[in-house]
Structures are given as C-alpha cells and as structure tokens.
Ligand binder design. Structure first.
Ligand SMILES: *[C@@H]1O[C@H](CO)[C@@H](O)[C@H](O)[C@H]1NC(C)=O
Ligand SMILES: *[C@@H]1O[C@H](CO)[C@@H](O)[C@H](O)[C@H]1NC(C)=O
Length: 179
C-alpha cells in the first residue's frame, strides 16, 4: 500500500514538473502577437486618407499567413470586426518567420462604402522577432473601402492638398474601368 502511494506520488511529481517545464519552454518559444489596425471609408475615392475619410465601425477583416515557399496557409484568424472607431486587434499565437502575413478586408457594413481600395485592400504585417523587430504589438497599415460617390467637399479638400488634378484623373480612370 505504502509502495503504491510512493510510486503514485513520484509519478505525480514527475508528470507535473515535466509538464511545467514543457509549458515554460513553450511560453518562450510560442510568441504571442497583437496586430492592430484601422479601417476607413475613402470618401473622396482617391486611394489615400484625407481629413474627410471616415472610420468604418463594423468593418470585417481577416489575417492570413502563408508559407513563403509553398504558399500553404500557416495561420488564419477568425473574421475580426472593427469597433466604433474603425479599429481592430487580432491576437496571433506563434512565430511566422517563414510566412507572409497579411490583414485583408473582408466586407463593409456600409452599402455606400463597400468597394475595397486597390492599394489598401490588404496590409503586410511582420510576425516574427527574428528580423530584429521586438515587442508583441504589430501595426498594420490602415485599410480602406471606397465610397460609391465622392463627397462634394472633396474637390476643395484635395485642392488644399494640391491633389486636384490627380483626383480628377483617378476619377476618370475609375469610371473608365467600370465601363
Ligand atoms: C525542469 O527544468 C529545470 C531547469 O530548467 C531542471 O532543473 C529540471 O530538471 C527539469 N525537470 C524535469 C522534470 O525535466
Ligand atoms: C514551408 O514550406 C516548405 C516547403 O514545403 C517546408 O519545407 C517548410 O517546413 C514550411 N515551413 C513552415 C513553417 O510550415
């Protein structure tokens, strides 16, 4: 009887301490990152943010990592919903040194602003510490949906920014590509 309980106690001690060691080791290797970003409505349809850009509350994004060599998916987040300020955060477990990771737009809750911009439909994020970046917080570039029609105030704002001709050009381009 005594022998059995000693054996049981020994086994318990070994099991617990080895699992503790395992989890300590894993905690060091298994980095956790927090990816933060913002989704806006490009109300001037210019593919960059202006002071007329609006946050999109409820915009849906997703983070996906793919093996750089064979393109197999190495991480996929749930669909993440932006808060009232158009901001989101995504928790990622592990280190993705060998993967390319991108946050991408999934959909917009705004019927008048649901056309993903070409330039900012996705944003690359680095999810490894092996390239010299330290810390668990990683910032994604802001992502934007384009409004169906540019706001009338855009002309003035873009003139102030010195972009008026550029915006006319991109308007013409986007019209011709819609045809
Ligand atoms: C747990 O780790 C410590 C220090 O790294 C070591 O001394 C100990 O022997 C390990 N225990 C087991 C059960 O592996
Ligand atoms: C990526 O793909 C290559 C080639 O298939 C493979 O050797 C490597 O282990 C993969 N890396 C990861 C992190 O899955």
């Amino acid at each position: 009887m005594a022998n059995i309980s000693i054996i049981a106690l020994l086994c318990f001690t070994i099991c617990v301490s080895s699992s503790l060691n395992y989890s300590y080791g894993a905690a060091e290797e298994n980095m956790q990152y927090m990816v933060v970003g913002h989704v806006y409505c490009d109300t001037c349809r210019v593919e960059f943010e202006t002071k007329l850009s609006e946050p999109i509350s409820g915009a849906v994004v997703k983070l996906e990592c793919r093996n750089r060599t064979d393109e197999a998916i190495t991480f996929q987040s749930q669909e993440i919903v932006a808060d009232n300020y158009g901001d989101y955060h995504i928790i990622v477990e592990g280190d993705y040194e060998e993967s390319d990771c991108d946050v991408a737009l999934v959909r917009s809750p705004r019927a008048d602003c649901s056309d993903p911009t070409e330039a900012w439909r996705k944003s690359r994020v680095v999810l490894t510490t092996f390239d010299g970046l330290s810390g668990k917080l990683r910032f994604a570039n802001n992502l934007g949906f384009k409004k169906d029609k540019a706001l009338p105030q855009c002309t003035r704002i873009l003139q102030e920014m010195g972009y008026y001709e550029l915006s006319q050009e991109s308007e013409e381009l986007s019209h011709s590509s819609e045809l």
